[in-house]
Design a protein around this ligand. Structure first.
Ligand code: HEC
Ligand code: HEC
Ligand code: HEC
Ligand code: HEC
Length: 461
């Protein structure tokens, strides 16, 4: 068995040398691509499995890669703002963050068109099918990006933006042909967002050295980790070519060429990986196409020493200010609140209190404080009592007794019950846990095992 494996490695090693020498020598250039953040600014850190992505980690990865790779091309596929829940603060900081990262070229995609030209930052944008006459405000957007080696085109099409972008037609084909002719010696790259059928048409006419596609999930799709579990979701056959898409939510970065952080053949051979994984992890061995395109998931190690430190501080400050406004309004309801806090239960339910006080629920607010996120509206709702109800937590000053997850998150407001204990509010189902323990914030949640950890009453189904 061991011998067989060695043979396979040696065989693969030769295939690798030959393919890389013959194919990469002509076409290899090193690139990174991200996009489709859809407003996902930073990972929450609620669970290691879902702790992916965010602008700070993209910045760190790009910086690391650039330090060893001066000619690195960085492509921003756009669609980085949330078009469903429009949030101007986040929009502004995502825009600023990518201005600091300075991608080589950014595509004007659906979200950028929806928010309008003011959502474009101070960097290089491309849109090769923009209708110029209707879009004077997009004057700084290029038809194509070029330098001595590369020609980069961008295409975005969606029915509802027909007045701003041209669909694929003979006029456009003509223009692109001219650009192609003038730049025949350069590497051609296409940043694409639109239907696969149109991309199929484009591929039939033009031969690109690299095509990167925007993610296809519809607007408003909640964050999920299906692509990480199954990366083949990010690959698509269009007109016989395998096309890769950037991961949803900026949870990962697409990369190609011979980047310093990619798995080297030596590393793989020194690890005792089965031949199946070996092939999977180095698709280059079976398809040259794939060596240029793989995904790096943005795990916590990418947030250390972030180049965006001061920008993120500014973002926190501004979201705190927004939080303060909400807090003032909420504070007005504290006096008449029907929430009383766990302390009021201790005397009559000492056992339940004891169990709760030793649970992680009792420290959920501190958790946010440790991460400096206790005044962030994206975090607070699941880490305090009654955020979605009148009389719930307002601020640590006005309602310290309602910080953390407490009895009343599950048992409902209990003011009337402490006055008249025979007043029952009925049993609760473990389905209720999923309001907070959802797929994003608690991907490993399991009713049985989680309930067992905080069990303090009769069995429940
Ligand atoms: C209002 C939101 C909310 C609800 C409802 C909720 N939880 Fe939690 N739960 C949290 C938060 C937040 C944490 C993490 C606290 C921390 O560590 O800061 C947590 C942590 C836990 C943990 C600790 C996990 C670990 O890693 O040890 C268990 C167990 C748990 N919850 C069980 C439950 C069960 C069972 C229910 C339903 C009966 C439930 N929770 C309902 C918010 C909630
Ligand atoms: C939808 C509800 C929800 C939101 C919103 C939420 N959390 Fe959580 N958080 C949870 C739950 C549930 C857990 C417990 C997860 C588990 O153990 O499975 C948790 C756990 C955590 C933990 C781990 C605590 C530990 O004991 O290790 C951190 C850190 C955290 N959250 C920070 C944040 C931050 C920062 C934000 C905002 C960016 C946020 N959370 C937003 C529900 C939420
Ligand atoms: C003055 C004593 C007293 C206080 C204070 C008190 N309880 Fe109770 N609670 C009781 C008694 C007695 C029962 C049992 C009633 C019965 O079975 O008739 C009960 C029953 C319950 C039940 C099961 C029945 C139901 O309503 O679902 C829950 C849950 C409960 N209490 C939660 C709480 C919480 C949460 C607090 C604090 C906010 C609290 N209790 C404060 C005395 C108290
Ligand atoms: C994370 C959710 C959660 C928290 C926090 C929580 N409980 Fe419970 N509690 C439950 C569930 C679920 C049950 C069992 C199902 C039921 O009886 O409704 C239960 C059962 C009980 C019961 C027994 C009810 C009965 O009829 O036997 C009492 C009393 C109670 N809890 C009181 C408390 C008190 C007091 C606190 C705070 C110190 C607290 N609980 C915190 C979810 C929670």
């Amino acid at each position: 068995m061991a011998k067989k494996k060695t043979h396979l490695y040696v065989f693969c090693y030769f295939v690798f040398c030959i393919t890389t020498k013959t194919l990469l020598a002509q076409t290899a250039f090193n690139w990174l691509a991200y996009g489709d953040l859809r407003g996902y600014f930073e990972p929450c850190g609620c669970d290691p499995k879902s702790d992916l992505g965010g602008v700070a980690r993209i910045a760190t990865l790009v910086q690391r890669e650039r330090s060893t790779n001066k000619n690195l091309l960085v492509f921003d596929l756009g669609n980085n703002y949330n078009t469903i829940k429009k949030n101007q603060i986040k929009r502004k900081y995502i825009q600023k963050a990518f201005d600091e990262i300075k991608p080589t070229v950014s595509l004007v995609n659906r979200a950028e068109i929806s928010y309008g030209p003011e959502s474009l930052g101070e960097r290089t944008y491309v849109l090769s099918n923009l209708i110029r006459s209707n879009n004077k405000k997009y004057a700084k957007v290029l038809d194509f990006y070029e330098d001595e080696k590369y020609l980069v085109l961008g295409f975005y099409w969606q029915q509802d933006h027909f007045s701003q972008v041209l669909s694929w037609d003979t006029g456009l084909k003509q223009k692109w042909s001219e650009w192609f002719k003038k730049n025949s010696k350069k590497q051609k790259i296409l940043l694409y967002s639109g239907p696969s059928s149109t991309l199929g048409e484009i591929i039939k006419t033009f031969s690109f050295d690299l095509i990167i596609k925007s993610n296809e999930k519809p607007p408003g799709t909640p964050v999920s980790f299906d692509e990480q579990d199954n990366p083949s979701l990010l690959s698509k056959f269009v007109s016989g070519q395998s096309i890769k898409m950037v991961p949803w939510g900026g949870l990962g970065v697409l990369r190609g060429g011979q980047l310093s952080e990619g798995l080297s053949i030596k590393e793989i051979m020194s690890q005792n990986i089965s031949s199946d994984t070996f092939i999977q992890k180095t698709p280059a061995l079976s398809f040259q196409e794939d060596i240029e395109r793989s995904i790096t998931w943005l795990v916590p190690s990418y947030s250390t020493g972030t180049p965006l430190k001061s920008l993120i501080k500014e973002y926190e400050k501004e979201s705190s200010q927004e939080f303060e406004i909400t807090t003032k309004e909420r504070a007005l309801n504290i006096e008449d609140s029907l929430f009383v806090g766990a302390q009021a239960c201790q005397g009559c339910h000492p056992q339940a209190f004891e169990i709760w006080s030793k649970s992680k629920h009792a420290h959920a607010y501190e958790t946010l404080q440790k991460k400096n996120r206790e005044t962030n509206l994206d975090c607070i709702s699941c880490h305090v009592v009654g955020w979605d109800q009148k009389g719930g937590f307002a601020s640590i000053k006005t309602s310290p007794h309602l910080a953390n997850i407490q009895c009343e998150n599950c048992h409902g407001p209990r003011k009337e019950h402490i006055i008249n204990p025979s007043l029952k509010l009925g049993n609760i189902s473990l389905e209720e846990c999923k309001k907070c323990h959802n797929a994003v914030h608690s991907p490993t949640f399991n009713k049985k095992t989680f309930w067992a950890k905080i069990f303090h009453g009769k069995e429940t189904g």
